[in-house]
Design a protein around this ligand. Sequence first.
Ligand code: PMP
Ligand code: GLN
Length: 381
Amino acid sequence: MSLTSKLPGVGTTIFTVMSKLAADEGAINLSQGYPDFDGPPLLLERVGHYLNNGYNQYPPMAGVEPLREAIAHKVNALYGATLDPETEVTVTSGATEALFCAVTAVIQPGDEAIVFDPCYDSYEPAVTLAGGTCRHIPLYAPDFRIDWDRVADALGPRTRLIMANTPHNPTGAVWDERDIDGLRNVLARGDLYVVADEVYEHIIFDGRPHVSLARYPEVFDRSFVVSSFGKTYHATGWKVAYCVAPAELSAEFRRIHQFVTFTTATPLQYGIADFLSQCPEHHENLAAFYQAKRDLFCSLLAESRFKLTPSAGTFFQLLDYGAITNEPDAQLAKRWTIEEKVASIPISIFYDEPPNQELLRFCFAKDDATLEKAAQILCRL
Ligand code: PMP
Ligand code: GLN
C-alpha cells in the first residue's frame, strides 16, 4: 500500500532541519527564529494564574471574549480599523494556522496566488492543499522591493490571492506607502483578496512605521490580517495568534478554523488578555529592544568578511558570504553548523528559482552574550 502525497515536493521544514542539526552538533542556534529569553514576568504570572485556577477547558471557538476585545481595541488604537470582536476577530493556534485557514478560505481548485520570493515556507503548501498554484515574483538583494508593475503583469483570470508579508521574513524588508499604492492598483484590476502576514508588526527599525493593511479601509475590505503573540511576547512556543478580517471573510475563515484546531489554549488566551489590558504599552519598546540587538550584531561583524545591509525589520539579519566562499548556501549552512558551530538559514530554499545570491539568515533574538559568541566565530571565517 502506498499513500499518494499531496505535497510530494515538500520535505521537513528548513527550520526543523537546522534546529535539530544545531542541537545535535552543539552549535549556537541562530537558525530558527525564536528568542532565547522569556517574555514579561507579569504575562507569565497571569497565564500561571489561569492555569492554576480552573481555566483549563475548551474556550469559545473564535477565542475568549476578553482577548478578542483586547485585540480589536489594539488594532483600532494602532491602525484605526473599527472591528467587531464578535464577528471580525478570531484567535488561532499560531499565525501558521491563521495563514492556512485564510488561504483555504480564498483558494478554489485551479486558482492562483501571488507570492513574493524569498517566500515564507508555509504559504505555498497551503495554496497547494487548497488546489491552487503559486505565481512566484522574485525579490532581489539588497532592498528586496516589490516591482508592482510586474505584479500587475502577473495577474491572470484565475488570480485570487496576494500573499503579503511585512516586515518580511527572511529578508527583513519593510513595506512603505508606495507598496500600499501598488497593492491598491493591483486590487483594482481583479477579484482579489489579500492575506497579510504581519507577525513582526512591532519589530521595525529606524523609526519607520508599520503600514498594516488594517490602516487602509478599501484594502482591508478584501484582507485577512494576521499577527502572532509569539513574536511580540517572546513566546513562540505558545502558538497564540489571530486573524482580523471583515465579517464576511471572518465567517468563512471560522468555518475552516473550527475544523483545523477548533480553538486555542484557554489559560494562554486569558493571560494574554490580562496582559494586553494591564500593559498596553509593552509593544512600544520592542522595536528599540531588537534594534539594539541588530546594531550589536552588525557592529560585532564590522571587521568580518561578511557584507551586510542592516535589517529594516524582523529579528533576522542577512549576511552575504560571497567574499568568503562561493559554496551553495544550503550546503554552507550545514557545514558551518557542523564545523564552526554556528547555525543559520539558507535563503535559496525560499525561492522557486533562486537567483545568484550568497546569503544566509541569522536570528539576533538572542542574549547579547550569545550574539557575541556567535560573532567571534563568524569573524574568524
Ligand atoms: N509568518 C512568518 C513570516 C513567520 O516568521 C512565522 C514564524 N516565526 C509565522 C508566520 C508563524 O508564526 P506562529 O509561530 O505564530 O505560527
Ligand atoms: N518563523 C520561524 C522562522 O522563520 C520558524 C517557525 C517554524 O519553525 N515553523 O525561523
